[in-house]
Design a protein around this ligand. Structure first.
Ligand code: FES
Length: 94
């Protein structure tokens, strides 16, 4: 109930800061954890994330946050691989 109220509130003001920082795409209720998991499972671009999670497919206001989440996770994975070349990927976060 509280989450629904927050989503409705944020949807009305979709281009302002999100009330819940964990939700990246308000239109599709996609969290950063879901984005990170999709990246861990092979998504490499915003288009990949759109195909898997529908982020950026409605109002598009989440595009910058999706791009930032993607860049952050890819940098984390690259850093982990640099420090441990045998590591194929980081464990999924939820
Ligand atoms: S917030 Fe509208 S498409 Fe993601």
């Amino acid at each position: 109930m509280v989450l629904s109220i927050i989503l409705i509130y944020v949807y009305d003001y979709a281009c302002v800061e999100l009330v819940n920082p964990m939700i990246v795409c308000v239109c599709n209720a996609v969290t950063e954890s879901q984005i990170r998991l999709a990246i861990d499972e092979g998504a490499l671009t915003v288009a990949d994330l759109r195909a898997r999670l529908a982020v950026t497919s409605e109002c598009g206001c989440c595009a910058a946050q999706v791009d930032e989440a993607l860049a952050r996770r890819l940098l984390e994975i690259a850093g982990a691989r640099a420090s441990d070349p045998s590591a194929r990927s980081l464990p999924a976060t939820r």
